[in-house]
Ligand binder design. Sequence first.
Ligand code: OGA
Ligand code: MN
Length: 211
Amino acid sequence: MFKADKTVSLLADSFRTHGYAIIDNAFHDDVPYVLSDRLNTLAEVDAMHRAGIGRRDDLTQREDIRGDEIHWLTDAHTSEALWVRTMAQLRIELNRHLLLGLFSYESHFSHYPAGAFYKTHTDSFRGEANRVLSTVFYLNPDWKEGDGGELVIYSESGEELERVAPVFNRLVVFLSEEFPHEVLPTSTDRYSIAGWFRVNTSSAERVDPPA
Ligand code: OGA
Ligand code: MN
């Protein structure tokens, strides 16, 4: 599923140095094409819904903050299952290389129609230790300079670190708590999968190794 072990070792190296990684041609071609087809079908049959912001009880739709429509991936559909399996394997590899103790993964397709954006935000709040690693995988075969929709990654003090074009088969991974980020307005349809590796919060208070 991965391009040999290259994806994993590049990811682990960059991650150790910067706390984030941007990997091109991340997976064998069947992975992005299968997912791209699936996402196009979902968009065509209107099976995506407007994304909200905030927590479950307090979910609001704010087009002035984010304008994408989403669909959560599950392993019930064969195409989506390919992604679920791929990321399950990546989770194991990341745990082996970086000892992160990642426990689960959740992800959704996103479609940003022309004009949509996602204002600067952080995916997890310090201390909640819930979403540990954020991933974004891009599915735009025809993206070109001027189309917009770049992901901008900032340092905690607000300095711009990276401006990432959402090009096909590119995977971005970053520490959820540490990097505020935004999606700049796109001028064309923009497709991606956003996901989060979580730790098992039920064991967050365990001292390991014991004192
Ligand atoms: C998100 C997000 C970034 C992107 O969905 O939380 O930040 O590049 N997405 O799509
Ligand atoms: Mn985000």
